[in-house]
Design a protein around this ligand. Structure first.
Ligand SMILES: [Zn+2]
Ligand SMILES: [Zn+2]
Ligand SMILES: [Zn+2]
Ligand SMILES: [Zn+2]
Ligand SMILES: [Zn+2]
Ligand SMILES: [Zn+2]
Ligand SMILES: [Zn+2]
Length: 280
């Protein structure tokens, strides 16, 4: 770098500030008098974003504080919004006619160009620019997005064709590609054409009505239920038969007792003694 270089130096990477940016989020941004801490210095847009953790979703930030680059003022990173925290210095960018700025992620990216071209590159084209998975909110490099699908927690693998897709798109995929419908009774994908038959006759979780106790019973528990009803009825029948036997015996005893009364009545009645007397 030449000695008369007037381009602002980034206090973070100590190189010429690429996409020079002013940091605006510290309380020292509006001093009572004199220039504010960061009004004269410019940092690289990517250095500022990394320093303030703006390059990742809020829930993945460290939930700590960051210090102003020149004074002890601090700010919480957890709720910072990029629009309020950073201000790209387009005036300085336009005055800069250097055209060989390399991408800050030059180890993985071969871009070279002007400040303006670099800004567009960082926002829309660089393979290293941050990417947030819209399904699981995980933060990664843009070129890792394609392979992230294989591990994304919000995605699932189709059991029929091994295709990876978001959970919420699985019913549509099953319907369109495999002509299957989800049975929410038995949690299986059933061929859509057989769904009616499945629910009526095949689903192990379908409900059957017991003809004896009129209870709704799952098909998986049907045999067990019938056996249990059979046991109950057999027990009731045995009980009833014992009761019938007891009643029969009681009646026999009663009849015997009544017969005894009649017998004694005939044996002691006056007519019978009279008859006996006549006989003698
Ligand atoms: Zn920098
Ligand atoms: Zn400050
Ligand atoms: Zn790049
Ligand atoms: Zn994801
Ligand atoms: Zn599939
Ligand atoms: Zn089912
Ligand atoms: Zn029953």
């Amino acid at each position: 770098m030449e000695m008369d270089d007037k381009r602002p130096q980034c206090p973070i990477c100590h190189d010429v500030a690429r996409v020079p940016t002013r940091i605006m989020c510290f309380p020292c941004v509006k001093p009572k008098r004199g220039p504010a801490c960061n009004s004269l210095s410019r940092v690289c847009w990517t250095c500022a974003r990394r320093y303030l953790e703006l390059d990742r979703p809020k829930h993945q930030r460290s939930n700590g504080t960051k210090r102003c680059l020149t004074c002890p003022a601090q700010v919480h990173t957890s709720l910072l919004e990029e629009r309020e925290a950073l201000d790209v210095d387009y005036v300085t960018m336009m005055r800069d006619d250097t055209t060989d700025y390399h991408c800050p992620w030059s180890e993985a990216c071969s871009f070279r160009g002007s400040q303006q071209a670099l800004e567009v590159h960082l926002l829309d084209a660089c393979v290293c620019r941050p990417y947030v998975c819209p399904l699981c909110d995980e933060w990664m490099r843009h070129d890792q997005a394609a392979e992230h699908v294989s591990t994304c927690s919000a995605c699932t693998t189709c059991l029929l064709c091994a295709h990876r897709l978001p959970h919420i798109e699985l019913p549509q995929h099953m319907h369109n590609v495999h002509e299957r419908t989800w049975c929410n009774q038995c949690s299986l994908w059933i061929p859509t054409a057989h769904m009616e038959r499945h629910l009526a006759h095949e689903c192990p979780q379908r409900l059957l009505t017991c003809p004896v106790c009129v209870t709704a019973v799952r098909a998986t528990e049907w045999i067990q239920h019938l056996a249990s009803d059979e046991n109950n009825i057999t027990r009731q029948m045995n009980h009833a038969m014992t009761r019938l036997q007891n009643c029969t015996q009681d009646l026999q005893r009663l009849h015997a007792a009544k017969m005894e009364v009649w017998r004694q009545h005939y044996d002691t009645s006056p007519s019978s003694t009279e008859l006996r007397a006549v006989d003698c």
